[in-house]
Write a protein that binds this ligand. Structure first.
Ligand code: UD1
Length: 427
């Protein structure tokens, strides 16, 4: 298995291109299931999760054609055509590896009047993982049954009726599923306490480009008037605000001057605000966001929250960054229960972090020291890369496949702006 080796202490300087957003791409791709015409998605990142999702669409009978496959191409174009679905099932083997697979449920059900999706990892209905997806689909007319680890959904009469649903807590994925399903329902649907993440706005815009009627885009109340059919469209995936935020943390820690080319400042207000508060200089420029830092950081108090709050997907990276701040920071994780898995690994590099329940106190240290480390998820892995970029000596990050799920050509992008980083195989 590959590892990434970093020798820390280099300033980062130059221009770093931001890729299309993974999480937006993963909800735009299943929109193709809603029409028999081609959906052309531009600016797709080159990531393992995108390939995996394409594979799932193929299993359902959609064809996927990718252009821009030369190694030097950023921003691939994928044409997805679901002329006819040959299956309505998302099997366990795929869902198990990629939670976002659940996002085929809504559109498949809307298109075919039925869908069968494996429950991700041993959960039951009523349990946390996908209960909100199911409740919301039920509210717009789906009939559900669970059997053998699968949930089978049906639309009586072959078409969802539409309806009202108020989410008890904000869920990005469940909002996406119900919006896709409601787009071609017989009647109108009203979704309240909907997630407002920029990726949801991207989804709504793509559906509108396909002929959907949606009001309240970007607000917590979405009104979707079902249409008889959707047509094909060409749509460009938004820039990845989490990737951009991660590299902003990198330069904040190492010191330097980095322009995040193509980054959308509006989608990352909470991140940019927190960086500015820490003493980092943030400038919105014509072609992106420029981040400058002398490496001296002030401590912060941050709590994760649904958009427009501070993103849980930025928590691990800020924790690594705040290890280098002058003083004690307090981070609170309110979205996921077990999202401090990076703490023991950062501690192995010399970080001083105490976790009590959902709160972590990060005391700034004079230096971090390189070490062999590994992480259990995507953003946690990125926090170790960030720590490695500033640490003295050599850091080896293993389980690189986590990073490959969400950071397009990480080491190439960082090398180009001055980092001493490389990928090595075990072979
Ligand atoms: C998406 C993002 C992920 C991000 C998260 C929160 C994608 C592919 N992933 O994940 O990167 O960290 O939003 O911004 O876009 N919940 C339930 N029942 C459900 C669904 C969710 O209880 O049916 C809970 C979750 O356990 C969590 C909270 O709701 O505590 C928010 O999760 P949700 O917004 O649904 O996250 P995802 O869509 O899975």
């Amino acid at each position: 298995m590959d590892r990434i080796i970093i020798r820390g202490g280099r300033r980062l300087e130059g221009r770093l291109p931001i890729s299309g957003a993974k999480n937006a791409a993963l909800t735009l791709m299943p929109c193709a299931l809603l029409t028999d015409e081609p959906l052309v998605l531009r600016n797709l990142p080159r990531l393992a999760d995108i390939d995996g999702f394409g594979h799932l669409l193929n299993q359902l009978g959609a064809s996927t054609k990718i252009e821009g496959t030369r190694p030097e191409d950023f921003g691939r174009v994928m044409t997805i055509r679901a002329g006819r679905l040959t299956s309505t099932e998302a099997p366990y083997d795929i869902v198990r590896k990629m939670r976002a697979s659940i996002l085929v449920l809504g559109p498949t059900l809307a298109r075919e009047g039925r869908a069968r999706v494996s429950l991700p990892g041993g959960c039951a209905i009523g349990n946390r993982p996908i209960d909100l997806h199911l409740r919301a689909l039920e509210a717009i007319g789906a009939e559900l049954e669970t059997e053998g680890g699968y949930v089978a959904a049906r639309a009586p009469g072959g078409r969802l009726a539409g309806g009202r649903y108020r989410f008890p807590i904000v869920s990005v994925g469940a909002t996406e599923n119900v919006v896709m399903a409601a787009a071609t329902a017989r009647g109108t649907s009203v979704i309240e306490n909907a997630a407002r993440e920029p990726e949801i706005v991207d989804l709504c815009r793509c559906l509108i480009a396909m002929g959907a009627r949606i009001e309240g885009v970007g607000t917590e109340r979405l009104e979707i008037e079902g249409v008889d059919r959707l047509h094909g469209a060409t749509y460009a995936v938004m820039p990845d605000r989490i990737e951009a935020g991660s590299y902003a943390c990198a330069v904040a820690m190492t010191g330097g001057d980095l322009t995040l080319v193509g980054a959308d400042a509006d989608a990352m207000r909470a991140t940019l605000g927190a960086l500015a508060q820490a003493g980092v200089s943030v400038d919105e420029e014509r072609d992106g966001v420029r981040i400058r830092s002398d490496g001296r950081l002030r401590p912060l108090e941050l709590s994760t929250a649904p958009y427009p709050g501070f993103a849980t997907d930025m928590q691990a990276q800020f924790m690594a960054m705040l290890c280098m701040a002058a003083g004690a920071s307090v981070l609170e994780e309110t979205i996921f229960e077990n999202r401090y898995m990076h703490v023991p690994e950062l501690a192995r590099m010399g970080a001083d972090i105490q976790v009590r329940g959902r709160t972590a106190v990060v005391r700034g240290v004079d230096r971090l020291l390189g070490a062999p480390v590994m992480a259990t998820d995507l953003r946690a892995s990125m926090s170790l890369i960030l720590a490695g970029l500033v640490a003295e000596g050599e850091t080896q990050v293993s389980r690189v496949y986590h990073l490959d799920r969400g950071y397009e050509r990480l080491e190439e992008k960082l090398q180009a702006v001055g980092a001493d980083i490389e990928r090595v195989g075990d072979g």
